[in-house]
Ligand binder design. Structure first.
Ligand code: ZN
Length: 58
């Protein structure tokens, strides 16, 4: 099991663990979610957040 959370800008993400379990959809409206089958964690992010991470000191 991977402990790395998958980041998504979507409110709903899907997970099937590469076909290892039935495809399910997980709501990220609370800001995060977790697959009930494989335990994969998902974090909802926004494009504005990613922009700030690329900020560099001039
Ligand atoms: Zn899963």
């Amino acid at each position: 099991m991977s402990s790395v959370a998958i980041k998504s800008t979507e409110e709903i993400v899907s997970c099937s663990d590469n076909g290892q379990h039935p495809l399910i959809y997980i709501s990220l409206k609370p800001g995060h979610g977790q697959c009930q089958y494989c335990g994969q964690k998902f974090i909802r992010t926004t494009t504005t957040d990613s922009a700030s991470t690329e900020k560099k000191a001039a």
